[in-house]
Write a protein that binds this ligand. Structure first.
Ligand code: MG
Length: 162
């Protein structure tokens, strides 16, 4: 049985993961429009992963007999003008999600809900990966930005993400 507090933070986390998917689709749209289809495809895949994160929490709630409440998803409103804008916004966003996962973890800890803490371990680890990916993109872009050939290669490389 999950406590009300734990249930609430997990419900909110579902919304945040779905918003992440929405945000990354917006980034993908920006890159498609900018002619960088590899960047766009990378973010479409990222959006699908975010949807899977939401699904993991949905199944966990279901396993605990709870039907999730789906609140409205915010409109992505990052101002995207330069090629690197989504990369910065992406890193900021993942840092925010990490904080949010930490809040879920802390809430479970305060409620002595060891089962949920164990469930959240996967997310704690995943956030390290997500922040690292976002930082890597910024590093790669820092190398590529002054050369059309290098940017073209980065774009092709991102298009190959599995
Ligand atoms: Mg996520």
């Amino acid at each position: 049985m999950l406590s009300e507090k734990v249930t609430n933070v997990l419900q909110e986390q579902i919304n945040k993961e779905l918003f992440s998917a929405y945000l990354y689709l917006d980034f993908a749209g920006f890159y498609t429009k900018s002619g960088l289809n590899g960047f766009a495809s990378w973010y479409v895949k990222q959006a699908k992963e975010e949807f899977e994160h939401a699904e993991k929490i949905i199944s966990y709630l279901a396993d605990n007999g709870i039907r999730p409440i789906y609140e409205a998803i915010d409109k992505p409103n990052e101002k995207l003008e330069n090629i690197e804008d989504p990369l910065h916004a992406g890193l900021r966003h993942e840092q925010y999600v990490t904080e949010s996962i930490n809040t879920c973890y802390k809430t479970a800890d305060m409620e002595k809900d060891y089962r949920t803490m164990q469930f959240l371990d996967w997310f704690v680890k995943e956030q390290l990966e997500e922040e690292k990916n976002a930082e890597d993109l910024l590093d790669q872009y820092a190398f590529a930005k002054d050369s059309k050939a290098a940017l073209y290669m980065m774009n092709a490389d991102l298009g190959n993400r599995k």
